[in-house]
Design a protein. Structure first.
Length: 223
């Protein structure tokens, strides 16, 4: 009975204040982080990509709102490394980039602080995501028989849970979000994505590789 009253109250609040829909886009700057300290050394750097998608803002009172979304977002990492063959006949030195793209469903719970020009909003919430595309690239120098050549390779990321897969299909974690929305509906926003699930196929037992990164962009909301 209590749950029905609460849901009814939320429904009346949303009806009175009206749900707003919108879209957002921007830049993502992400990296992989491991569950052991040695996995986050100086050879790992950020991969810059992009995101875009749709949002809804559902009022849950005068101050609170719920913001689900549907995003297409690029994540990943860069690694500076040296690769040496088993028999030491050649070596390759350069930068490797893993750039996966996900369909992501975040649900953020926001606190809205209103002013004459608009509102400041801050919040957090869980997300789940599914890998759909991406590339693994290497650019560097190949040294063989005392001669060196520039090399550039690219292959599609294979998502799955069997041998031959690069990354697992799923990703999940928590998003932190903040920004400012003007009365005309335009907003600027930024956030941090804290991945909590292991995304790399074939990690040793007890070890996790997770997506971590920042986002910044603009958006527009309308009734």
């Amino acid at each position: 009975m209590l749950s029905l009253v609460v849901l009814g109250g939320l429904g009346l609040g949303a009806s009175a204040q009206q749900v707003k829909y919108g879209f957002k886009a921007g830049i993502s700057s992400t990296t992989f982080r491991g569950s052991e300290s040695e996995s986050s050394g100086d050879d790992i750097s950020r991969n810059v990509s992009f995101y875009g998608g749709l949002t809804a803002d559902i009022p849950a009172g005068d101050v609170l709102s719920i913001q689900p979304g549907l995003l297409f977002i690029g994540k990943g990492s860069k690694t500076k490394d040296v690769y040496v063959s088993d028999n030491a006949q050649y070596s390759a030195k350069g930068v490797g980039t893993v750039n996966p793209f996900y369909i992501e469903l975040p649900v953020n719970f926001l606190v809205n602080i209103r002013s004459k020009m608009g509102k400041l909003f801050v919040g957090a919430g869980p997300y789940v995501a599914v890998g759909v595309a991406g590339k693994i690239k290497f650019k560097g120098t190949l040294v063989a028989e005392n001669r060196s050549n520039d090399v550039k390779t690219s292959e599609n990321i294979v998502f799955g849970d069997k041998p031959g897969s690069h990354l697992k299909f799923g990703d999940a974690g928590i998003n932190f979000l903040g920004g400012y929305e003007l009365t005309n509906g335009f907003n600027i926003h930024g956030g941090y994505s804290l991945g909590l699930s292991s995304i790399s196929y074939g990690d040793p037992e007890g070890f996790k590789t997770m997506n971590r990164g920042f986002t910044a962009g603009i958006g527009y909301s309308f009734k």
